[in-house]
Ligand binder design. Structure first.
Ligand code: PGA
Length: 250
């Protein structure tokens, strides 16, 4: 089953959490979508989203600490605290954190490990800048990023047990995020095929999402692309009609 996850970033308030998520729950009850849905609001809205959601809507966080905690880590939230808040997913290594906060793949790997240790599913983000793509290095850069961000042993163990996604990988070209300029389906297919190869036996339990200017108008062709199992949606996850439009294309 495809996964469509909304990344609200630093957007939203209690009214949006209530209205958008209860609207989504109502639509999903009326016409169950063919995909799994997740909403990843800012941490202060996790409770509000959980209260408005239905079992059809999973809760996700946008980041977590690389420390298991509890402990003296001001401003951080641990993966186990996010589990208690009702999260199923935690985004790690989004390019906005890699770029603005200098997060390295080693740090992202540690965060993904904490997420899996807490019994949750990391959404590990990877993606190249325009400069890297124009230099012809996109594929080696992005596969290298995934190799270095993946807690391999834990991922292998998680893949052996249970059902559903053990981890999720989101390919998000930095130049396509929030720009209205999505990657071409050829570029997406090429990158996802390389990521699938790298995942090897983990691939069966690792949905590969595309992210970067996914909208209702381009979702169907993106979902029809080889090795694409869903989308990580930023801007278009902030309005009910747009997010639902993407979900119904899945
Ligand atoms: P966008 O963001 O859909 O607004 O391009 C995607 C993301 O950053 O996850």
């Amino acid at each position: 089953m495809r996964l469509v996850a909304g990344n609200w970033k630093m957007n939203g308030d209690r009214a949006l959490a209530r209205d958008l998520v209860s609207g989504l729950a109502a639509k999903a009850a009326e016409t169950p979508p063919a995909c799994a849905l997740a909403v990843c609001p800012p941490a202060f809205l996790l409770d509000a989203v959980a209260a408005a959601a239905s079992p059809a809507i999973a809760l996700g966080a946008q980041d977590c600490s690389d420390e298991a905690g509890p402990g003296a880590f001001t401003g951080e939230i641990s993966a186990s605290q996010l589990a208690e808040a009702g999260c199923r997913y935690v985004i790690v290594g989004h390019s906005e954190r890699r770029q603005r906060h200098g997060e390295t793949s080693a740090l992202v790997q540690a965060k993904a490990a904490r997420v899996m240790e807490a019994g949750l599913v990391p959404i590990i983000c990877v993606g190249e800048t325009l400069e890297t793509r124009e230099a012809g290095d996109a594929q080696s850069f992005v596969t290298g990023q995934l190799r270095d961000s993946l807690p391999l042993e834990l991922a292998a163990k998680a893949s052996e047990n249970g059902e559903g996604p053990a981890l999720v990988v989101a390919y998000e070209p930095v130049w396509a995020i929030g720009t209205g300029r999505s990657a071409t389906t050829d570029d997406i297919a090429e990158m996802h095929t390389a990521l699938a190869e790298l995942l090897g036996p983990l691939r069966a339990r690792t949905p590969l999402l595309y992210g970067g200017s996914v909208k209702p108008g381009n979702a169907a062709e993106i979902f029809a692309t080889a090795e694409v199992d869903g989308a990580l949606v930023g801007g278009a996850s902030l309005t009910l009609d747009a997010f639902w439009g993407i979900a119904t294309a899945a």
